[in-house]
Write a new protein. Structure first.
Length: 284
């Protein structure tokens, strides 16, 4: 039973990690926390739902559409809103992204109503039995897609000119500027890539859970805990943090009682803040 819970937790945690890495990417380059992160996840899920209803697309097919739209929204969000508060006090930045979260959530609430919507697809239904360990096929696909998302991010940051520019800006913005890197463009691309990753996560989640206007809030909370555990600014920390949170949540739900899952996750968050505030791989 423990091995089964651990395996299931890793599958869930991989999706948390993909959501968390976008959050930590923005923090790493700008030292700004995006509290609207989960709201963009919800937008991605609605995009995939609309593609399913209007075009009959499986969310895996509409994933590039969702990622592309979210990439554009990320750049637009930075240009229109975030660029104006970059030099503002942190409290002002926090309230701005909090306000953005409420604007997105309640705009979708007004348009789509509080209806829970689901996508019925036959692909990858059922379970896979691997030596007695039962794995849900849909979650297994979600985990594989999440891992591929991390691989995409790694290749993007280490191979492409834009990715190298983002890394240079993260390490030393002044030195990057002196070398001719367009800092503003790197900031905008960072938001775009961060939300594109959220778009990928939304595409795999809408096949598994209901789509509704506040669905992103819980995932946003788990992503924050994952980033805090792994360390703000650390991509690998976000991966480890997401996996750990997934395992903790699953094991707590199996060996305790279902409603204890969320308190167990936040217990990890509190313990991390007490004993290692910078996180497992975070900066000191």
């Amino acid at each position: 039973m423990l091995l089964q819970s651990f395996a299931s937790g890793l599958l869930v945690g991989s999706v948390y990690a993909l959501i968390a890495v976008g959050l930590t990417l923005i923090w790493g380059i700008m030292e700004l926390v995006n509290f609207a992160h989960g709201s963009y996840l919800m937008v991605s899920m609605y995009i995939c739902y609309l593609c399913y209803v209007l075009l009959g697309f499986d969310p895996l097919l509409s994933m590039p559409i969702a990622a592309g739209v979210l990439f554009f929204l990320g750049i637009l969000t930075y240009r229109v809103i975030i660029s104006r508060i970059m030099n503002a006090p942190m409290l002002f930045q926090i309230f701005t992204t909090f306000g953005l979260q409420f604007i997105i959530n309640y705009t979708v609430f007004l348009i789509a109503k509080p209806t829970f919507r689901t996508i019925q697809v036959s692909y990858f239904d059922g379970v896979l039995n691997i030596k007695g360990i039962i794995l849900d096929k849909a979650m297994l696909v979600a985990a594989v897609v999440s891992i591929l998302g991390f691989l995409f991010l790694y290749l993007f940051l280490h191979i492409t000119k834009t990715g190298k520019g983002i890394r240079a800006t993260t390490d030393n913005p002044r030195a990057a500027l002196a070398l001719g890197v367009d800092i503003e463009k790197m900031y905008a691309y960072t938001w775009g890539v961060s939300l594109a990753l959220v778009g990928i996560a939304g595409a795999v989640l809408c096949r598994i859970i209901y789509t509704h206007p506040t669905v992103g809030d819980t995932f946003s909370l788990f992503a924050f805990v994952a980033v805090a555990f792994g360390g703000f600014g650390s991509i690998y920390g976000a991966l480890i943090g997401g996996l750990v949170i997934g395992v903790v949540e699953t094991i707590a739900g199996v060996y305790a009682i279902p409603w204890f899952k969320l308190p167990a996750v936040f217990a990890v968050f509190i313990v991390t803040l007490i004993f290692r505030p910078q996180g497992l791989l975070g900066w000191k």
